[in-house]
Design a protein around this ligand. Structure first.
Ligand code: F6R
Length: 264
């Protein structure tokens, strides 16, 4: 069973997620981190930057791979995930920029870029800890429902609900990309540890389907049930549709980790 940590409030869920990223770097100065974007992650990166500064933690040996990038957006486009990551994290820690990887959205040949990205992850020795959000439709990265559960980095068309949800990041009249290069579900599943954060009532159905529903391409995040080391951090609202919520709260009161034999 995944480790499901239901926090008393949103701030505590954000802090706990940032703390795990911090600990991953403290525990291995050469850690390979898989990173995510989206509204959920913005406060996590703010907190991580603050805590890294307090702890005087160096990211000089860290390598990062982001999940995805919009096809058609150059790195310097303000809404590219490259720009977003620079603004939220990379500009504020001492990570060399050439150790931060995102697919190039403006690559001449996006399919070749996807293949090269997958190879770069392999060449770095694979991802130690992959941070994940979840879409309202159960997507992971931009693996929309119906994505192959064995898929590798490739181009995906964005679902209508994803376009609607992400339109808020683009200005009025600005054309939003319709495709992304995204790590596949199979790529994500190769990470040694997964850490998913979901907050708010709009994620409650997707979280319940992912953690308690059948494992199905109709809800790509349901594949997490097959990963041997996954932690899911939730606030109260995101946890509100879980049938076994009481049980998870008994195991981890207040979202705290309590270790005891047999909890797996
Ligand atoms: C983006 C990504 C997406 C988001 C998901 C949730 O890199 O991986 O899967 O995590 O769309 O987005 P927010 O946090 O904006 O609700």
């Amino acid at each position: 069973m995944a480790t499901i940590l239901i926090h008393p409030d949103t701030q505590s869920a954000i802090r706990a997620t940032a703390e795990r990223l911090l600990q991953a770097v403290q525990g291995d100065h050469d850690a390979v981190l898989g990173l995510a974007t989206g509204g959920t992650m913005e406060p996590v990166y703010h907190q991580l930057v603050r805590r890294a500064d307090e702890a005087r933690l160096s990211f000089a040996g860290v390598t990062t791979f982001n999940l995805d990038e919009y096809v058609g957006l150059a790195a310097d486009h303000p809404q590219s995930y490259r720009s977003t990551m620079n603004r939220l994290l990379f500009d504020h820690v001492d990570i060399p920029r050439n150790q931060t990887y995102l697919p190039r959205g403006d690559a001449q040949d996006p399919s070749a870029e996807a293949i090269a990205y997958e190879a770069a992850i392999e060449a770095a020795g694979g991802i130690d800890l992959q941070l994940l959000g979840i879409g309202r439709n159960g997507h992971l990265g931009f693996n929309e429902p119906s994505s192959s559960l064995a898929s590798r980095t490739r181009i995906k068309k964005l679902a209508r609900s994803t376009l609607e949800a992400n339109a808020r990041f683009f200005g009025a009249g600005e054309r939003m990309p319709t495709h992304a290069i995204t790590m596949g579900i199979g790529t994500i599943m190769k990470a040694r540890k997964l850490l998913m954060l979901a907050m708010g009532a709009s994620k409650a159905d997707a979280v319940a389907a992912a953690l308690e529903g059948p494992v199905t391409a109709a809800c790509p995040a349901s594949i997490l049930q097959f990963h041997p080391d996954v932690t899911v951090v939730l606030d109260q609202e995101a946890a509100s549709c879980l049938k076994l919520r009481d049980f998870y709260e008994d195991i981890h009161p207040g979202g705290q980790e309590v270790y005891f034999a047999g909890n797996s």
